[in-house]
Design a protein. Sequence first.
Length: 291
Amino acid sequence: MSTWERVTRARRCPVCGKPDWCLIRPDLSAAICPRTESKKFIEGSGYLHVLKETDWSRLESRPERKELPEHNEVLATLARKYYAACETEQQVDASERMGVGDRSLRRLGMGWFPSQGANTFPMFRHSRRVIGVRVRSTDGDKWAIKGSKQGLFIPTGLDDCKALFVCEGPTDTAAMLDMGFNAIGRPSCLGGKDLILELLASRRNRDVVIMADGDEPGTDGARRLAQSLFKVTTKLVICSPPAGYKDVRAWYRGGELRRDEVIAHVKDAQCRHGSASSPTTTSSAQTACSG
Protein backbone atom coordinates (compact mmCIF):
# COMPACT_ATOMS: atom_id res chain seq x y z
CA MET A 1 0.00 0.00 0.00
CA SER A 2 1.27 3.48 -0.87
CA THR A 3 2.60 5.60 1.99
CA TRP A 4 0.55 8.60 0.81
CA GLU A 5 -2.61 8.82 -1.25
CA ARG A 6 -4.07 11.75 -3.19
CA VAL A 7 -7.38 13.10 -1.85
CA THR A 8 -10.55 12.88 -3.96
CA ARG A 9 -14.07 14.27 -3.82
CA ALA A 10 -15.15 11.10 -2.06
CA ARG A 11 -12.21 11.22 0.37
CA ARG A 12 -11.41 14.85 1.08
CA CYS A 13 -8.54 16.32 3.03
CA PRO A 14 -9.33 15.98 6.76
CA VAL A 15 -7.54 19.29 7.39
CA CYS A 16 -8.93 21.73 4.81
CA GLY A 17 -11.86 19.72 3.42
CA LYS A 18 -10.77 20.19 -0.21
CA PRO A 19 -10.81 17.38 -2.82
CA ASP A 20 -7.52 18.16 -4.56
CA TRP A 21 -3.75 18.72 -4.09
CA CYS A 22 -3.58 17.30 -0.53
CA LEU A 23 -2.18 13.91 0.49
CA ILE A 24 -3.34 11.58 3.25
CA ARG A 25 -2.06 8.44 4.91
CA PRO A 26 -4.20 5.36 4.13
CA ASP A 27 -5.08 5.03 7.85
CA LEU A 28 -5.88 8.78 8.08
CA SER A 29 -3.17 9.21 10.71
CA ALA A 30 -1.67 12.20 8.88
CA ALA A 31 -2.21 14.60 6.01
CA ILE A 32 -0.03 16.89 3.92
CA CYS A 33 -2.00 20.04 3.16
CA PRO A 34 -0.63 22.99 1.12
CA ARG A 35 -3.45 25.28 2.34
CA THR A 36 -3.29 25.02 6.14
CA GLU A 37 -0.03 25.79 7.91
CA SER A 38 1.60 23.70 10.61
CA LYS A 39 5.04 23.66 12.22
CA LYS A 40 6.37 21.06 9.77
CA PHE A 41 6.71 21.91 6.06
CA ILE A 42 7.32 19.14 3.50
CA GLU A 43 9.27 20.66 0.62
CA GLY A 44 7.28 20.51 -2.61
CA SER A 45 4.11 19.14 -1.02
CA GLY A 46 2.74 21.20 1.86
CA TYR A 47 2.36 21.22 5.62
CA LEU A 48 2.45 17.98 7.59
CA HIS A 49 -0.46 17.44 10.02
CA VAL A 50 -0.26 14.42 12.33
CA LEU A 51 -3.88 13.56 13.14
CA LYS A 52 -3.33 10.62 15.45
CA GLU A 53 -0.23 9.15 17.01
CA THR A 54 1.03 5.92 15.48
CA ASP A 55 4.35 4.09 15.24
CA TRP A 56 4.88 5.98 11.98
CA SER A 57 4.29 9.41 13.52
CA ARG A 58 6.70 8.70 16.36
CA LEU A 59 9.47 7.53 14.05
CA GLU A 60 9.02 9.61 10.92
CA SER A 61 8.48 13.35 10.62
CA ARG A 62 8.71 13.77 6.84
CA PRO A 63 8.75 11.65 3.66
CA GLU A 64 12.18 10.57 2.48
CA ARG A 65 13.73 12.92 -0.07
CA LYS A 66 14.13 11.20 -3.43
CA GLU A 67 16.17 11.83 -6.54
CA LEU A 68 14.41 13.36 -9.53
CA PRO A 69 12.48 10.68 -11.43
CA GLU A 70 13.85 9.36 -14.70
CA HIS A 71 12.10 9.39 -18.07
CA ASN A 72 9.26 6.84 -18.17
CA GLU A 73 8.89 5.46 -21.70
CA VAL A 74 5.66 3.63 -20.84
CA LEU A 75 4.02 6.90 -19.80
CA ALA A 76 5.61 8.70 -22.76
CA THR A 77 4.04 6.15 -25.10
CA LEU A 78 0.65 6.67 -23.46
CA ALA A 79 1.02 10.45 -23.73
CA ARG A 80 1.74 10.16 -27.46
CA LYS A 81 -1.22 7.81 -27.88
CA TYR A 82 -3.59 10.22 -26.12
CA TYR A 83 -2.18 13.16 -28.10
CA ALA A 84 -2.93 11.35 -31.37
CA ALA A 85 -6.45 10.48 -30.15
CA CYS A 86 -7.32 14.14 -29.48
CA GLU A 87 -9.13 15.12 -32.65
CA THR A 88 -10.47 18.53 -33.62
CA GLU A 89 -13.77 18.00 -31.79
CA GLN A 90 -12.05 17.27 -28.47
CA GLN A 91 -9.59 20.16 -28.97
CA VAL A 92 -12.35 22.69 -29.60
CA ASP A 93 -14.41 21.38 -26.66
CA ALA A 94 -11.43 21.58 -24.28
CA SER A 95 -10.58 25.08 -25.48
CA GLU A 96 -14.11 26.33 -24.87
CA ARG A 97 -14.42 24.56 -21.52
CA MET A 98 -11.06 25.73 -20.19
CA GLY A 99 -11.21 29.18 -21.73
CA VAL A 100 -7.79 29.05 -23.41
CA GLY A 101 -6.63 28.48 -26.98
CA ASP A 102 -6.53 24.99 -28.40
CA ARG A 103 -3.13 25.68 -30.02
CA SER A 104 -1.61 26.47 -26.63
CA LEU A 105 -3.17 23.36 -25.12
CA ARG A 106 -1.69 21.26 -27.89
CA ARG A 107 1.72 22.88 -27.37
CA LEU A 108 1.46 21.47 -23.85
CA GLY A 109 0.81 18.02 -25.29
CA MET A 110 -2.90 17.86 -24.43
CA GLY A 111 -4.44 14.55 -25.38
CA TRP A 112 -7.70 12.66 -25.09
CA PHE A 113 -8.29 9.58 -22.89
CA PRO A 114 -11.27 7.96 -24.67
CA SER A 115 -12.23 5.41 -22.03
CA GLN A 116 -12.30 8.12 -19.33
CA GLY A 117 -13.76 10.88 -21.50
CA ALA A 118 -11.02 13.16 -20.17
CA ASN A 119 -8.10 15.26 -21.33
CA THR A 120 -4.49 14.40 -20.54
CA PHE A 121 -1.35 16.49 -20.07
CA PRO A 122 2.15 14.98 -19.98
CA MET A 123 4.37 16.08 -17.09
CA PHE A 124 8.05 16.60 -17.80
CA ARG A 125 11.45 17.28 -16.35
CA HIS A 126 14.15 19.21 -18.24
CA SER A 127 14.57 18.25 -21.93
CA ARG A 128 10.91 17.19 -22.01
CA ARG A 129 11.54 13.82 -20.38
CA VAL A 130 8.14 12.41 -19.49
CA ILE A 131 7.72 11.50 -15.81
CA GLY A 132 3.94 11.55 -15.49
CA VAL A 133 0.59 12.07 -17.17
CA ARG A 134 -2.13 14.16 -15.56
CA VAL A 135 -5.76 13.47 -16.38
CA ARG A 136 -8.42 16.18 -16.24
CA SER A 137 -12.09 15.24 -16.56
CA THR A 138 -14.70 17.44 -18.21
CA ASP A 139 -15.99 18.16 -14.68
CA GLY A 140 -12.59 19.45 -13.57
CA ASP A 141 -11.53 16.43 -11.49
CA LYS A 142 -7.78 15.78 -11.68
CA TRP A 143 -5.74 12.65 -11.15
CA ALA A 144 -2.65 10.99 -12.64
CA ILE A 145 -1.98 7.79 -14.56
CA LYS A 146 -0.60 5.03 -12.33
CA GLY A 147 3.16 5.30 -12.03
CA SER A 148 3.21 9.05 -12.62
CA LYS A 149 5.43 11.48 -10.73
CA GLN A 150 4.60 15.16 -10.37
CA GLY A 151 6.30 17.07 -13.18
CA LEU A 152 6.29 20.33 -15.08
CA PHE A 153 4.00 21.33 -17.92
CA ILE A 154 6.47 22.38 -20.61
CA PRO A 155 5.25 23.51 -24.04
CA THR A 156 6.93 22.86 -27.34
CA GLY A 157 8.77 25.87 -28.72
CA LEU A 158 10.01 27.09 -25.34
CA ASP A 159 12.74 29.69 -25.92
CA ASP A 160 15.66 29.23 -23.52
CA CYS A 161 16.89 32.76 -24.22
CA LYS A 162 13.72 34.60 -23.21
CA ALA A 163 12.25 35.46 -19.84
CA LEU A 164 10.28 32.64 -18.24
CA PHE A 165 6.86 32.87 -16.60
CA VAL A 166 6.24 30.13 -14.01
CA CYS A 167 2.51 29.39 -13.57
CA GLU A 168 0.40 26.87 -11.66
CA GLY A 169 -0.93 24.05 -13.80
CA PRO A 170 -1.42 23.61 -17.54
CA THR A 171 -4.38 25.93 -18.08
CA ASP A 172 -2.75 28.99 -16.48
CA THR A 173 0.29 28.21 -18.60
CA ALA A 174 -1.88 27.98 -21.72
CA ALA A 175 -3.36 31.41 -20.96
CA MET A 176 0.14 32.92 -20.86
CA LEU A 177 1.09 31.11 -24.08
CA ASP A 178 -2.03 32.55 -25.73
CA MET A 179 -0.66 36.02 -25.07
CA GLY A 180 2.74 35.17 -26.52
CA PHE A 181 4.68 34.75 -23.29
CA ASN A 182 7.30 32.10 -22.60
CA ALA A 183 5.71 29.97 -19.86
CA ILE A 184 5.82 26.68 -17.99
CA GLY A 185 3.52 25.25 -15.31
CA ARG A 186 4.37 23.73 -11.95
CA PRO A 187 2.20 20.80 -10.77
CA SER A 188 0.83 22.65 -7.71
CA CYS A 189 1.41 25.78 -5.67
CA LEU A 190 4.20 24.04 -3.74
CA GLY A 191 5.40 21.46 -6.24
CA GLY A 192 8.11 21.26 -8.87
CA LYS A 193 10.84 23.31 -7.16
CA ASP A 194 13.73 20.95 -7.91
CA LEU A 195 12.49 20.42 -11.46
CA ILE A 196 12.37 24.18 -12.08
CA LEU A 197 15.86 24.56 -10.62
CA GLU A 198 17.08 21.88 -13.00
CA LEU A 199 15.39 23.62 -15.94
CA LEU A 200 16.90 27.00 -15.10
CA ALA A 201 20.36 25.73 -14.18
CA SER A 202 21.36 25.42 -17.84
CA ARG A 203 20.94 29.19 -18.27
CA ARG A 204 21.62 31.10 -15.07
CA ASN A 205 20.55 34.70 -14.49
CA ARG A 206 17.53 34.31 -16.73
CA ASP A 207 14.64 36.68 -15.98
CA VAL A 208 11.81 34.87 -14.16
CA VAL A 209 8.27 35.96 -13.30
CA ILE A 210 6.38 33.72 -10.85
CA MET A 211 2.65 34.05 -11.57
CA ALA A 212 1.05 32.99 -8.29
CA ASP A 213 -2.60 32.22 -7.67
CA GLY A 214 -4.39 34.97 -5.77
CA ASP A 215 -4.96 32.94 -2.59
CA GLU A 216 -2.76 32.42 0.46
CA PRO A 217 -1.38 29.01 -0.60
CA GLY A 218 -0.47 30.43 -4.00
CA THR A 219 1.34 33.40 -2.47
CA ASP A 220 3.13 31.21 0.07
CA GLY A 221 4.19 28.76 -2.63
CA ALA A 222 5.51 31.55 -4.83
CA ARG A 223 7.61 32.97 -2.01
CA ARG A 224 9.08 29.58 -1.19
CA LEU A 225 9.89 28.96 -4.85
CA ALA A 226 11.51 32.40 -5.14
CA GLN A 227 13.80 31.63 -2.20
CA SER A 228 15.09 28.60 -4.10
CA LEU A 229 15.39 30.30 -7.47
CA PHE A 230 17.82 32.91 -6.11
CA LYS A 231 20.46 30.25 -6.76
CA VAL A 232 19.95 30.47 -10.52
CA THR A 233 18.59 33.95 -11.24
CA THR A 234 19.03 37.49 -9.97
CA LYS A 235 16.08 38.96 -11.88
CA LEU A 236 12.89 37.73 -10.30
CA VAL A 237 9.38 39.12 -9.86
CA ILE A 238 6.41 37.58 -8.02
CA CYS A 239 3.06 38.61 -9.44
CA SER A 240 -0.57 37.70 -8.66
CA PRO A 241 -3.75 38.53 -10.61
CA PRO A 242 -5.70 41.63 -9.57
CA ALA A 243 -8.26 41.30 -6.76
CA GLY A 244 -11.32 39.38 -7.87
CA TYR A 245 -9.46 36.84 -10.00
CA LYS A 246 -8.38 33.49 -8.54
CA ASP A 247 -5.65 32.81 -11.05
CA VAL A 248 -4.19 33.83 -14.41
CA ARG A 249 -6.74 31.83 -16.39
CA ALA A 250 -9.68 33.47 -14.58
CA TRP A 251 -8.09 36.87 -15.22
CA TYR A 252 -7.60 35.99 -18.88
CA ARG A 253 -11.16 34.71 -19.29
CA GLY A 254 -12.90 37.39 -17.24
CA GLY A 255 -11.24 40.55 -18.43
CA GLU A 256 -10.31 40.00 -22.07
CA LEU A 257 -6.75 40.23 -20.86
CA ARG A 258 -4.12 41.58 -23.23
CA ARG A 259 -0.37 41.16 -23.26
CA ASP A 260 0.31 44.82 -22.49
CA GLU A 261 -1.90 44.62 -19.39
CA VAL A 262 0.19 41.74 -18.05
CA ILE A 263 3.39 43.68 -18.68
CA ALA A 264 1.97 46.71 -16.85
CA HIS A 265 0.80 44.53 -13.96
CA VAL A 266 4.23 42.91 -13.60
CA LYS A 267 5.88 46.34 -13.68
CA ASP A 268 3.51 47.50 -10.95
CA ALA A 269 4.34 44.44 -8.82
CA GLN A 270 8.02 45.24 -9.25
CA CYS A 271 7.51 48.87 -8.24
CA ARG A 272 5.41 47.98 -5.19
CA HIS A 273 7.46 45.08 -3.85
CA GLY A 274 10.88 45.44 -5.39
CA SER A 275 12.95 42.41 -6.28
CA ALA A 276 11.89 39.14 -4.71
CA SER A 277 15.46 38.51 -3.64
CA SER A 278 16.30 41.66 -1.69
CA PRO A 279 15.54 45.41 -1.73
CA THR A 280 19.02 46.14 -3.10
CA THR A 281 18.81 43.81 -6.09
CA THR A 282 17.45 45.34 -9.27
CA SER A 283 15.02 43.62 -11.61
CA SER A 284 13.68 44.97 -14.88
CA ALA A 285 10.00 44.15 -15.32
CA GLN A 286 10.17 45.30 -18.93
CA THR A 287 13.01 42.88 -19.61
CA ALA A 288 11.22 40.14 -17.68
CA CYS A 289 8.20 40.51 -19.95
CA SER A 290 10.08 40.70 -23.23
CA GLY A 291 9.45 37.79 -25.56
